[in-house]
Design a protein around this ligand. Structure first.
Ligand SMILES: NC(=O)C1=CN([C@@H]2O[C@H](COP(=O)(O)OP(=O)(O)OC[C@H]3O[C@@H](n4cnc5c(N)ncnc54)[C@H](O)[C@@H]3O)[C@@H](O)[C@H]2O)[C@@H](O)CC1
Ligand SMILES: [K+]
Length: 472
């Protein structure tokens, strides 16, 4: 599990660590890890040209000490001080003693620029002087120290000039900004340096491969299809036939025992949709009956409210997807049952009356507020999908290629999450595992290129088999 802690949690853990470590030991650990990561990036240290951009606090201190380590190994290290009167004394002395130079303006070229402007003590965007300097050096490779300066650490908000890093070297634990967009986009690759901090449970996490393997449902030796769970799909309509097929494709990934498909309207009206579903999935059973979880909404059109009401009449977990999201409140909400809502930013904006840009700018806060408001798990789908529990916990999905932004992929995801619910996972696990598997299946289906929703669905069993083979 990748765990992210808030600034307040990190401060508390650091205080406890300071009390039992010699003065400056933590900063030296951070600086050593940073210097190693920079050396790895540079490939060779001797003769490398390094620019440090240093602010007023300990983030600058880490940076100066790391610069001193590189200078001792033969790098040419220049340093711009943004707050000369408040620069970390020990760090600056170490850099000077190692042969580093303080410069007023940066030289013509560097192999890397290091952002030591602010870390977890920062607030708001870069101030004008720092913004102008960073802007003039945007062609360089940037390494952010702890967090990219100018980006919100706890919320991942980006609302002005900031450092856009290629690599972020962070200390002690991840912070939400490293996982949650839009901030995560400014971090580049994230590398964690362990400081041995004693940390509380993390409010924001990202599942890793072995976590997913441990959570995947597996059939008991004597399982039959009903004990493995039946997932019911109420999706598709005369106008959107493909959505019904793709929802069933996700549900039929093999993680539940059986898929039941219930189209809207009479069997005659639904005949074309049923024919398509049966052609693609002859194993799916058509018609009403008992299920352990419902998936409702993809391509439901005008029938969405009727379909959602019918699903909610059963007291089983439900995935509320696509068109069903806009009729959720008129249908009385999910009323205490395990449930997953699967909006993208535009859908969540409509559901909550907030402009779409605001949802996109604050994905963590928007998902959390929606989970509290609707009383269930909310999966805000985006580059880094945010799965929020009503109690405030969050899991972020950081796998999945950009090619996954393709028509029908959401239908497959809804069906997959429904299968996991039917197999007995909690709503929080089903949503976060489903989102991870969906992203990884797309990468498996087509590692470097375009992928269709149907191909994603087809890759799910092989992806799960690989996870189970490797084990937790
Ligand atoms: N104290 C230590 O020994 C350790 C410190 N660590 C480092 O220390 C950092 C935290 O240090 P600090 O608490 O000194 O704070 P920072 O160095 O993050 O920030 C320093 C100061 O910058 C100013 N500032 C805030 N927002 C700004 C903005 N937008 N533009 C310009 N200036 C701004 C404020 O006056 C703030 O106090 C961590 O991020 C980490 O890099 C870690 O290495 C762990 C060990
Ligand atoms: K920084």
């Amino acid at each position: 599990m990748r765990r992210a802690h808030t600034v307040e949690q990190v401060r508390t853990a650091e205080e406890a660590a300071f009390a039992v470590t010699p003065d400056g030991a933590l900063m030296q650990r951070a600086a050593a890890g940073l210097a190693t990561a920079l050396a790895d990036l540079l490939g060779h240290v001797y003769g490398a040209r390094v620019l440090l951009v240093v602010g007023a606090g300990n983030n600058g201190g880490d940076t100066l000490h790391a610069g001193a380590r590189l200078a001792r190994r033969g790098a040419a290290v220049d340093c711009v001080l943004l707050s000369p009167d408040r620069t970390h004394h020990g760090g600056l002395a170490a850099l000077r003693a190692a042969g580093g130079r303080v410069v007023q303006t940066p030289g013509p070229s560097y192999d890397v620029a290091v952002d030591g402007i602010v870390g977890i003590g920062g607030s708001g965007p870069l101030r004008p002087e720092a913004a102008a300097l960073v802007g003039s050096l945007s062609h360089l490779t940037w390494v952010a120290v702890d967090t990219p300066s100018g980006v919100g650490v706890d919320g991942g908000l980006v609302d002005g000039p900031h450092v856009a890093a290629d690599l972020t070297v962070t200390f002690g634990t991840h912070k939400p900004v490293h996982l949650v967009d839009p901030g995560a986009r400014a971090c580049g690759v994230v590398h964690l340096v362990d400081l041995g901090l004693d940390l509380p449970p993390a409010p924001v996490e990202a599942l890793q491969e072995h976590d997913v393997a441990a959570l995947l449902p597996q059939p008991a030796p004597a399982a039959h299809k009903y004990t493995r769970g039946v997932v019911g799909v109420r999706a598709g309509s005369a106008d959107y036939r493909g959505a019904g097929v793709l929802s069933v494709s996700g549900a039929a990934c093999g993680l539940a025992g059986m898929v039941r498909f219930v189209p809207a309207g009479s069997l005659e009206e639904a005949a074309p949709v049923i024919a398509l579903v049966q052609a693609a999935h002859p194993e799916a059973v058509v018609g009403t009956g008992r299920v352990q979880a419902w998936v409702v909404g993809s391509g439901g059109g005008d029938s969405s409210a009727e379909q959602l009401r019918a699903a909610l009449a059963d007291d089983v977990p439900v995935v509320v997807d696509a068109d069903a999201l806009s009729v959720l409140e008129e249908c009385g909400g999910v009323a205490g049952r395990p449930a997953v809502l699967t909006p993208h930013a535009g859908e969540l904006a409509r559901m909550t009356g907030v402009p779409r840009e605001e949802v996109e700018a604050d994905q963590l806060g928007s998902a959390r507020r929606a989970a509290a408001r609707f009383g269930c798990v909310v999966m805000l789908k985006s580059r880094h999908t945010v799965v929020a529990h009503p109690d405030g916990r969050v899991r972020v999905t950081t796998v999945g290629p950009p090619w996954l932004a393709t028509a029908g992929a959401g239908d497959v995801l809804g069906g997959l999450v429904g299968a996991l619910l039917a197999a007995g996972l909690s709503a929080y696990d089903a949503a976060s595992v489903g989102s991870w598997v969906h992203g990884a299946a797309a990468a498996l289906a087509r590692p470097e290129g375009p992928v269709s929703a149907a191909e994603v669905a087809r890759a799910i069993p092989e992806l799960c088999a690989r996870l189970l083979r490797e084990g937790p």
